[in-house]
Design a protein around this ligand. Structure first.
Ligand SMILES: Cc1ncc(COP(=O)(O)O)c(C=O)c1O
Length: 398
C-alpha cells in the first residue's frame, strides 16, 4: 500500500475530539457525560433563521456565487457597521465557516516554510490549517499567572526572521477568554507595520464580551488596513454552527483576488446556510441581549464554582465562552481521559479538553484544561460538582 502524505502524518488530532472514543465507551456503559469540552452552544438559533429554512421557496438548490450572495454580504456590511467596521460588500468573501476562511487566508498569504507568530494557548485548528498550507506556527506563550495577556512584544520580535509573514490573534480569545486591550492592539499594529506582516485576526467571538472594556478590532487599527485579514463566523453568535457560514474580510484587493481563486475551486459556500445566515442577521435585538445575559450568568457560575474547588484556579475570562483553568493534577491529558474511562459519580461524569493540545510545545498546559460554558447553569453546577468529586477520587488513588 502506498504511504499517506507526510502532511497528513503531521496533522494533529483535535484535542477536543481525541477523547471521543473514551466518551463513547462511557456512554455505552450508561454513563451520562456533561460536555465542557466543546464550543457547541445549547441556546436556540434565532427563530427568523429557522423560519427562513422552513419556508425556502426555491425549485433548484443551486450553486451560489463563489464569494457568496451579494444580499448576504450587504447585510453583513450593516452588521459590521454597528462595530465601527466600515466595509463594502466586495471586501467580504463568504466562506464555509470561519474554518475555511482561516485555511484560505493561509493558502493565499503563506508559502511552504513561511512562518506566522501565534500567541498560545491557541485554537488548535490553526495548527492543522498551517500544516495544510505547509506553513509553520511559531508560538509565543501567554501564561495563566498573567491572565493570558499578550506576551511581551519583544518575544514576538525575537522570533521574526526572513520567513515570518504574519501574526495571528484570536480576539476575544479561544481558549482563554482574554480580550486584547487598546495598548496591546496598538503594539501588534506597530509590529505589523514595522516588519510588513499580515495580521490574521479571528474575531468570531466579538458578540461575547462581558466587561466594560472596548472591543478593538484589527479593522480599527490605522495604517495597516491592507495587512489585515479578518476571520469571522456566524456559528457562535447565532448558535448555528451547522450552517457552515463564515467570512474572510480584507481591504487588500490583491489578496482578495488570490482568495477568490480558492473560492472558485470549491465552487460555492453552502446555499442553505447563506439563507439562514441572512435571515439570522435580522434577529431582534432581544435575541442577542438574552443570549448575552445567559452567558454572563454562566460565566459567573463557572468561574466562581471553579475557584471554590480546592487547588483549582481560573482567571476571569473577559470574552468568548471558554476558560483555561489550572487543576491540582500533574497531567491533565491523563486526568481528562481517566474522568471518562475510570470515573463516574451517580452514573455521571465530565468531559474537558486537556490544554496541552492548545500549545505547540507539549511542556505547556500539563495541568490545565479548557472548559466551555455552553451548558445551562443547572448542568454547569452539576458538572462542577462532578469535577470536584473526580479530582478527589483521582488524587486519592495511590
Ligand atoms: C476561534 C475560532 N475560530 C474559528 C472557528 C471556526 O468556526 P466555524 O468554522 O464553525 O465558523 C472556531 C470554532 O470553534 C473558533 O473557536
Amino acid at each position: 500500500m502506498p504511504p499517506i502524505s507526510q502532511r497528513a502524518e503531521l496533522m494533529p488530532a483535535s484535542p477536543i475530539r481525541k477523547l471521543v472514543p473514551l466518551a463513547e465507551a462511557a456512554k455505552a456503559r450508561g454513563t451520562k457525560i456533561y460536555h465542557l469540552n466543546i464550543g457547541q452552544p445549547d441556546v436556540p438559533t434565532p427563530q427568523v433563521g429557522l423560519d427562513a429554512l422552513r419556508h425556502i421557496d426555491r425549485t433548484v438548490l443551486e450553486y451560489s456565487p463563489s464569494d457568496g450572495y451579494r444580499s448576504l454580504r450587504e447585510k453583513l456590511v450593516e452588521y459590521y457597521a454597528q462595530y465601527q467596521i466600515k466595509l463594502s460588500p466586495d471586501e467580504i468573501i463568504v466562506t464555509t465557516g470561519g474554518s475555511e476562511a482561516v485555511l484560505f487566508a493561509f493558502m493565499s498569504c503563506l508559502n511552504p516554510g513561511d512562518e506566522i507568530i501565534v500567541p498560545e494557548p491557541a485554537y488548535a485548528n490553526y495548527m492543522a490549517f498551517a500544516i495544510s498550507a505547509g506553513a509553520v506556527i511559531r508560538p509565543v506563550v501567554s501564561t495563566i499567572e498573567q491572565g493570558f495577556a499578550l506576551p511581551d512584544i519583544a518575544e514576538f520580535e525575537r522570533l521574526i526572521n526572513e520567513r515570518t509573514r504574519g501574526i495571528l490573534i484570536c480576539n476575544p480569545n479561544n481558549p482563554t477568554g482574554y480580550l486584547y486591550t487598546r495598548k496591546e492592539m496598538d503594539r501588534i499594529r506597530d509590529l505589523v507595520k514595522r516588519y510588513d506582516l499580515f495580521l490574521f485576526s479571528d474575531e468570531v467571538y466579538r458578540e461575547f464580551i462581558y466587561t466594560g472594556s472596548p472591543y478593538i478590532s484589527a479593522c480599527h487599527l490605522e495604517g495597516i488596513e491592507e495587512h489585515v485579514v479578518l476571520i469571522d463566523s456566524l456559528s457562535k453568535r447565532y448558535s448555528e454552527c451547522g450552517i457552515r457560514i463564515g467570512a474572510l474580510i480584507t481591504k487588500n484587493r490583491k489578496l482578495r483576488d488570490a482568495v477568490m481563486k480558492f473560492c472558485q475551486a470549491r465552487l460555492s459556500p453552502p446555499l442553505l446556510g447563506q439563507i439562514v445566515a441572512e435571515a439570522s442577521i435580522d434577529a431582534p435585538r432581544s435575541y442577542s441581549a438574552e443570549v448575552y445575559e445567559e452567558y454572563i450568568e454562566r460565566r459567573k457560575c463557572l468561574i466562581d464554582g471553579l475557584n471554590r474547588i480546592p487547588g483549582v484556579y481560573s482567571p476571569i475570562p473577559m470574552g468568548a465562552f471558554y476558560t483555561v483553568a489550572r487543576l491540582p493534577v500533574e497531567n491533565s491529558d491523563d486526568f481528562c481521559a481517566w474522568c471518562l474511562s475510570d470515573f463516574s459519580y451517580e452514573g455521571e461524569t465530565v468531559m474537558m479538553a486537556p490544554a496541552s493540545g492548545f500549545y505547540s510545545d507539549p511542556a505547556y498546559g500539563r495541568n490545565e484544561v479548557r472548559i466551555a460554558y455552553v451548558l445551562n447553569k443547572r448542568d454547569l453546577t452539576r458538572a462542577l460538582f462532578l469535577l470536584e468529586k473526580a479530582l478527589e477520587a483521582y488524587n486519592s488513588r495511590k
